[in-house]
Design a protein around this ligand. Structure first.
Ligand code: ADP
Length: 190
């Protein structure tokens, strides 16, 4: 299996590049943000709880997202591999993902980190908020909170994969095609 972690701050382009990757490599896309928004639109108890946090730009509890990912891994036993998008977002999530995959005799092949500076992220997210309908993209304060959560809790996840020699960094500024070409060069090496 080819299991990739697509990593980067909110607005780095993980969702866009995930779509390109699933088409080219036939992988299953697992976005915890999309899964959580699915729970919200289905009006589940989990969705209601998550919505409060997401609307404030705060991470939802580790156990919630780890449970969702575990279910999806079980539901896709025959997959060629997975793209993890927006997960793991804490070191505890990264450790839990390793355990889940190990229990299935699988592992993460590599992490690809999209690097984009904070000014560019704010610009992109406000632009996306104009037509995405996502409440967390509409408000500059919520965006700043998400970037702060990323710097405090998520950035250390890069170290986790560096220690395993699985970390790859890519410049996330450029055209979608340029960035995809750079990502593919890394994926093909796996
Ligand atoms: P973005 O990367 O643009 O912020 P996402 O769709 O990945 O968007 O996430 C939206 C929100 O969902 C986050 O701000 C957070 O509240 C919640 N969320 C998504 N994934 C996770 C996760 N792995 N752990 C905790 N919270 C998460």
């Amino acid at each position: 299996m080819l299991n990739l972690v697509l990593f980067g701050p909110p607005g780095a382009g993980k969702g866009t590049q995930s779509q390109n990757l699933i088409e080219k490599y036939g992988l299953i896309h697992l976005s915890t943000g999309d899964l959580l928004r699915g729970e919200i639109s289905n009006g589940t108890a989990l969705g209601l709880e998550a919505k409060k946090l997401m609307d404030e730009g705060i991470l939802v509890p580790d156990a919630v997202v780890i449970g969702m990912i575990s279910n999806k891994l079980d539901a896709n036993k025959d997959a060629k591999g997975f793209i993890f998008d927006g997960f793991p977002r804490t070191v505890a999530q990264a450790a839990a993902l390793d355990n889940l995959l190990t229990s299935k005799n699988q592992q993460i092949s590599g992490m690809i980190a999209l690097e984009v500076n904070d000014d560019e992220l704010l610009k992109r997210l406000l632009l996306r908020g104009k037509d995405s309908g996502r409440p967390d993209d509409a408000n500059p304060e919520v965006i700043s909170k998400r970037i702060k959560e990323y710097n405090d809790k998520t950035a250390p996840v890069a170290e986790f994969y560096k220690k395993q020699d699985k970390f790859n960094s890519i410049n996330g500024i450029g055209t979608v095609d340029e960035i995809f070409t750079a990502i593919c060069a890394i994926v093909d090496a796996y």
